[in-house]
Structures are given as C-alpha cells and as structure tokens.
Design a binder for this molecule. Structure first.
Ligand SMILES: Nc1nc2c(ncn2[C@@H]2O[C@H](COP(=O)(O)OP(=O)(O)O)[C@@H](O)[C@H]2O)c(=O)[nH]1
Ligand SMILES: [Mg+2]
Length: 310
C-alpha cells in the first residue's frame, strides 16, 4: 500500500510506533507486570489522543493492551506492537465490517453521498465514478447539490473526465427531483451505478437535514432497497469534529459507510479509528489528494499497520 499519511518535518514525522518505543518500553521485562507499566500506558494514551484517536477510543485501546500485559501475553516490544496494532484493526472493524460497496442485484445501484460543504463530496464522487468505469461498471452521477451553479459544473467536469454519464438541472431545482431523474436516466440508459451528490451547508441547519431525508425517501420510493449505500464524507483534517458531524448526519438518514478525505493533509490518521469506533459504521473509502487516482478502498488491517508503524 502506498504511504497514506503525510509525515511533516516535525515531531509527527516519527511514526507512532517510534514514539511509543521512546516512552519506556525499553524495559520489556516490566511489561509482564502490569503495575510497572502504568506510567508507560498513560503516556501511550496521551500519544494516541495527540494522534487524533479521541479520548474514548484511546482509553479502549490502552485497556486492551493492559489486559494483554496483565495476563503475561506481552513480553517483548514486538508483542506490544502486535497487541496495539490488533486493537487498532479491531476498532477499525477488521473482524466485523464489510468495506466493499453493496451492489444491487437487479437494479442500478444507488449511492447517496452526504456531508458538510468542503468535505470533499464532489471530488470523491468524481473519483468513485472513475473507479467504477475502470472496473467495467457504467456510472452516472446526479447533481442534486443544486444550491450553487458552481457545484453542478464541478460535478459535470468530473463526469467528463471519468467518462461517466451526468444528470443535472439548473441551480435552485428541487434536489430530490434531480435524484429521481438521475435514477430514471440510469434505468433508461442502462447505467449500473448512480451516484448522487448533495448540498452540505452547515450540518447544524435543520433545513439541510430535512432535505436529505426527503432525497432519501424519494430514492427509496423510486427503487425498492435503495439507496444501496449512503456514504458520509468526512474531512480528516477537522479532527474530533468529524464525530459530531457523523452523529448529526446519522440522525437524519441511515449511513451505511464512511469516506474519509484529505488524509494527505494530516499526520494524524487516528481520526479514522475514532470515528469508526464511535459510530460502528464501516469505513469504505479513503482519499489522499485531489486527483482522480487519490482514492483507496478501505482495508482495516493495512490501515492499522500504516497508522502504527508508518
Ligand atoms: N488534499 C486533498 N484535497 C481534497 C481531497 N478531497 C477533496 N479535496 C479538496 O477539497 C475541496 C472541497 O472539495 P469538494 O469536493 O468540492 O467538497 P464538497 O463541498 O463536499 O463537494 C476541493 O478543493 C478539493 O479539491 C483530498 O483527499 N485531499
Ligand atoms: Mg460539492
């Protein structure tokens, strides 16, 4: 896997594991006796919080390492590393989550994409449409962010670049009707996947949440079982605020997957673990830049390794 997290030329340039090793784990024999590593575990918790794992997830991870240490399963640095990495992978849903796209059996697959302004929705949709096309699925994108004309043009340009079909309407058109028309067009033109863009003005605005509910309802009525995915796009650089955003959107519509963008803009990938662990919603994609290729289907085990060992 390519390097995901930027390592700026500062303290964070050293991987989490390098920093963990510094904190007192040199005395590996003490690891067998939990009482003696209390100080180290507190420092570990601090490092995890600094890396954006969030307080709750950091505490859970430290507790699981401590449990292993207490039962004598951690005697070496390697065992410590393995224990932490397993804990991170578990928090990322390695044992439970299905990170693949849920494709419909006998209708176009409808993917609704939601999130606040600037999170990276439209860019993600462009990349996802391109990925679908490359994999032999005909994609159609629907510009149901009708709030700004610029947003509609931005999606149209992405569609042109990826070879996906495009359905839009003038700014100000009812977003739910654009979603409906996009699905109709997909059925008529034989597209396999319909990806619907949405507006994302402030997530605190109840107007936006009502609009999303309406779009969701209209899609549900148009195709039984749709949307097959409702993906929430979160910007990794906003840190713990991502969790509050996820909760707010989750109250409006049932979210089936998370997309974490801008991981190239932070050395603190812990937010991916924090938000997955809090929401218990699978991460499906991560994005690491502004170009078409900067998208990766999520792999919990590989991400845990990259995050800890960097
Ligand atoms: N560095 C970086 N920039 C991104 C990424 N995804 C999106 N962006 C940029 O973030 C800005 C907002 O993206 P946009 O897709 O318009 O967000 P939207 O308002 O949610 O649709 C644009 O300048 C994008 O190029 C990413 O993974 N990494
Ligand atoms: Mg947009």
């Amino acid at each position: 896997m390519t390097r995901i997290l930027r390592r700026p030329d500062d303290v964070a340039a050293r991987s989490l594991w390098q920093r963990i090793k510094d904190i007192a784990l040199t005395d590996v024999t003490a690891l067998a006796r939990a009482g003696h590593i209390q100080g180290s575990l507190e420092k570990l918790e601090q490092l995890l919080i600094e890396a954006d794992f969030g307080v709750a997830t950091s505490m859970r991870l430290v507790e699981s390492v401590e449990r292993e240490a207490t039962r004598g399963a951690i005697r070496t640095q390697e065992e410590f590393l393995a224990s932490l990495e397993e804990g991170v992978a578990r928090s990322l849903g390695a044992d439970t989550d299905d990170s693949s796209v849920n494709f419909a059996a006998d209708s176009p697959t409808v993917i609704l994409v939601i999130g606040v302004n600037g999170a990276g929705k439209t860019t993600f949709i462009g990349k996802l449409a391109a990925l679908m096309q490359v994999r032999g699925r005909r994609a159609l994108v629907g510009a149901a962010d009708t709030f700004r004309a610029g947003a509609i043009d931005q999606l149209r340009r992405w569609a042109e670049r990826s070879g996906a079909d495009f359905v839009g309407a003038p700014a100000g058109t009812d977003p739910a009707s654009v979603a409906f028309n996009a699905i109709d067009a997909a059925v008529t033109r034989g597209a396999d996947v319909v990806i619907i863009d949405t507006a994302g003005r402030l997530h605190t605005s109840s107007g936006l949440m009502d609009e999303l509910r309406k779009i969701h309802r209209v899609i549900e009525r148009r195709v039984p079982g749709a949307p097959h995915e409702t993906l929430l796009v979160l910007d990794a650089t906003i840190g713990q605020n991502a969790i509050a955003q996820a909760r707010t959107f989750g109250e409006a519509v049932p979210i089936t997957g998370l997309v974490i963008t801008k991981l190239d803009g932070t050395a603190k990938g812990g937010i991916v673990v924090a938000v997955r662990d809090e929401m218990k919603i699978p991460v499906k994609f991560i994005c690491t830049g502004e170009t078409m290729a900067d998208i990766e289907p999520f792999n919990a085990v590989a991400f845990a390794r990259e995050l800890v060992e960097g």
